[in-house]
Design a protein around this ligand. Sequence first.
Ligand code: ADP
Length: 255
Amino acid sequence: GNLDERMIKSEIPELNQLSLSFNRMAESIEGIEQRRRELISDMTHELRTPLTVVRGYLEEMAEGQIQPSDELYNRLIRETRRLERLVNDLQELSKAEAGYLVINPQPLNLRPLLECLVARFGDQLLEDGPVINLDCPSNLPTVFADLDRTEQILVNLLGNAIRYTEIGSITLKVWQNLNFVWVAVIDTGVGISEIDLPHVFERFWRGERSRSRQWGGTGIGLAITKRLVELQGGKIEVESELGKGSIFRFCLPIT
Ligand code: ADP
């Protein structure tokens, strides 16, 4: 409604049109400013926690209240690594949110990329951990997508699937539907509750915070992943059941 209120009515239709577009522009700039403020306030909050932990330990050590120990050093290293990861992720996220991520789409054959990732992730898995399967037709059409960004999407989804699956399997299922190729990352892990599910793509959102923190999560991966999929003209969906597993699937347009 405030668009109409602010509009100065004129006898000249061109002027009305101009005034309308000007107001629209002003509103969209306000929106960008608002999002920037929110991002900075969220970022500050996320960075402060590990910083407080590190400073706290260092001060106590300096004052002789606690003795340096291997455990303490490991704790400090862990928190500093977390800070480093956060800064890297935040840089990607802010680029994505500001629309500065450069997407360089080309005809891309997904199968070799998927085979390569399955091999790479498979090597990292523990012997008693989950196994990774690839279910991909050989006659898949090429998609029009950016290789590096698509790899980033898959690395994020596979990384999560592995992180949140202790036993069982992770399956990469690929199929064509109309003008899109779909990739589903299916795991048999901890799953996500119905209440939590609508929030998984929000930045900084983490399921059961303390547990995720122990697993080194930053809550940024899926927010970036969603942006990367949408920037390439695709969409991403999730289905999950607590204790049973999750399915994250996304699509990319066919060439
Ligand atoms: P994080 O770095 O915490 O993993 P993400 O943005 O990648 O951040 O994911 C956000 C949250 O979504 C995670 O903290 C986790 O609770 C939940 N999540 C993501 N992927 C999975 C999965 N495959 N299985 C269960 N939970 C998941």
